[in-house]
Design a binder for this molecule. Sequence first.
Ligand SMILES: [Zn+2]
Length: 260
Amino acid sequence: MTGNRKGKRRRAFVLILLFLVLSGFNFFVSPHIRDKAGEGETVSVSASAPAQSETAREETSPSEEDKVSTVDKSSEYLILVNKTHGLGKNYEPEDLKNVNSVAGDRDGKYQKMRRKAANAFNRLTKAAKREGHIIKLTSGYRPYSYQQILYRQYVKEDGKNRAEQYSAKPGYSEHQTGLVADVSSPSVNYNLVQAYGNTAEGKWLAKNAHKYGFIIRYPKGKEDITGYEYEPWHLRYVGKDAAAEIYSRGVTLEEYLGES
Ligand SMILES: [Zn+2]
């Protein structure tokens, strides 16, 4: 009797053990694990995460520079052209159009801009005029062939080293993008001179151009980064959002795009 009972118990024990092994102890263990995991998730989502992001916000908020940009930096309007980034001989935008405010004594062939930039430029000059400033485009889109003529002429007059401080080799001029306007005003006889920066129009541009999507592309004190002398007249269209960021951070396009 005893032996028989013992045998039954042993068989029952072995069966239970076998069941437990086969089920991988899930039957007993998993609800507990699930609970714990649930607690863990709850803790990380509802308690610790907001605390962390508050700390992160506090750390980043004081500096404009640390703000995450929402601008798509691969935009065609953020194309980088400088002494090391060229466009090639055949680059020619297809949407060039005339702008409203142009200096009449120049060749109209080279006073066009890409559609979006031209429209923005029209808004800029109109706003400036409302505030009493006459701002006109002297030179806009320049094809490779025309830049070649200019560059050769400058090198002949000033020598290569001097010429390259203010003029680009053909294929490396930002004017070939169709996103650029050299501007001037009656106060400087429509010349392109650094003194333009001190005129009422030059000051208005430095303060307001970004509202229309333009930046002063070659600022004072950034010659080492841009490769060019200060040019208060050379406006580059980058779009309103990028222009606002570049303006508020006081950086060049190179710095903005992380290329310097
Ligand atoms: Zn220019």
